[in-house]
Design a protein around this ligand. Structure first.
Ligand code: ATP
Length: 372
């Protein structure tokens, strides 16, 4: 349907730079999710693509055609907003038919299209109803239907499920993913919910303070974060991020977690990568809670520490493990570990840890970029 390219896009509102030198290519039929905290520039980027805002700098291309000067109506894009507005006096049928009536499509063609879309969205039995008797999820599907009936080149969905309750949200999420696959339309979906992003996207664009931090598959963004921001944003509980420095142990170069006794051996390749970073910048070590193994016995595990807290969450236990104490603040230096729910341990117990070497991350504190 459509290939989208954003080239060096800049958008300012007075002193606020909402979008900063944004570069992104979205393939035909791709489902891309814009993910980031509130105010990071997701909606503004979407509105720029739709033509509802104009960039101060840069170019927007749809299927190779520069569209900066095209009006929203000429861009062949359907936009579903967070707060869907249905016409209360019109039936579901007429709400969905509305965009086709506006461009004077024949009655029989409108009928075919409305029924086709209603069937896909499983709302055929409610075409005669007015919006005020529909549930939130049903209204959402009508709003989606009104966008789908046009068969545009591109769908832009701005937090379309934000005001649905959790159960309907999960159901609608599955529906949207299935629909997008069926229709095969290029889709950009905005959310600040990482689970929603992971479950829907072919690729996730993580945005922070108007900057594109990383674009990649859910697997890449979760497992190979390119910056401290992405590492800390993705994951529940979040990645452990601890200060670290290079040290020497028995003549060998190791990574020491600051203010702890934890020393990690490094492969020659990893040592070489650290050497390329200015030591003055400082380092931040990262590891996800599920990439640490905890045991009650020193089964070859190299690190011993005390259990600070146990949180049994049902399918997993989350352990807070105390590695040391910050000398200035006296705050405990904690590591979160995810274990099987059968893991036995009480506050104060000594336990042994093993870090999965392949899953260790390191960031330059100054540039916030990944070292490895
Ligand atoms: P949210 O998830 O809360 O919707 P967002 O990531 O979509 O946030 P934007 O709505 O794109 O963020 O806003 C980006 C920045 O631009 C924010 O600082 C916002 O206050 C600012 N901004 C957006 N629209 C305008 C406007 N019309 N006038 C002034 N500032 C604006």
């Amino acid at each position: 349907m459509a290939h989208i390219k954003l080239e060096n896009i800049v958008k300012r509102f007075g002193d606020v730079v909402a979008v900063k030198d944004f570069n992104l290519e979205i393939e035909d039929k791709e489902f891309v999710v814009f993910l980031g905290p509130s105010g990071c520039g997701k909606t503004t980027t979407l509105r720029l693509i739709a033509g509802l805002e104009n960039p101060e700098e840069g170019d927007i291309f749809i299927d190779g055609q520069r569209v900066n000067d095209l009006s929203p109506a000429d861009r062949d894009i359907a936009f579903v907003f967070q707060f869907y507005a249905l016409y209360p006096h019109l039936s579901v049928y007429d709400n969905i038919a509305f965009p086709l009536k506006a461009v004077k499509v024949s009655k029989s063609e409108i009928d075919t299209q409305v029924k086709r879309v209603a069937e896909i969205l499983q709302i055929s039995n409610m075409l005669d109803r007015k919006p005020n008797v529909l549930s939130g999820g049903e209204m959402q599907r009508v709003a989606l239907g009104r966008a789908m009936v046009r068969q545009p080149k591109v769908y832009l969905l701005d937090e379309p499920m934000a005001n649905l309750d959790t159960k309907i949200r999960v159901d609608t999420r599955a529906e949207i993913k299935r629909l997008q696959h069926e229709i095969g339309a290029t889709t950009i979906f905005v959310t600040h919910d990482q689970v929603e992003a992971m479950s829907l996207a072919d690729r996730i664009a993580v945005i922070h303070q108007g900057l594109l931090q990383q674009i990649g598959t859910p697997h890449e963004v979760y497992n190979k974060p390119e910056s401290l921001f992405v590492a800390g944003f993705m994951g529940m509980p979040t990645m452990n991020l601890l200060g670290a420095e290079l040290a020497s142990q028995e003549g060998e170069s190791v990574l020491r977690l600051s203010h702890t006794d934890v020393h990690l051996r490094l492969s020659p390749e990893r040592q070489a990568r650290i050497s390329s970073v200015s030591q003055e910048n400082g380092l931040v070590f990262g590891i996800r809670p599920e990439h640490i193994t905890a045991a009650n016995q020193p089964n070859g595990q190299s690190i011993s520490a005390h259990l600070h807290l146990v949180e049994p969450l049902g399918p997993v236990n989350i352990l807070d493990i105390r590695l040391g104490t910050h000398p200035e603040t006296q705050e405990p230096i904690l590591l979160r570990v995810r274990t099987h729910p059968t893991f036995q341990g009480a506050i104060g117990d000594t336990i042994w840890l093993d870090f999965s070497e392949e899953e260790m991350h390191l960031f330059d504190r100054e540039t916030e970029q990944a070292v490895w």
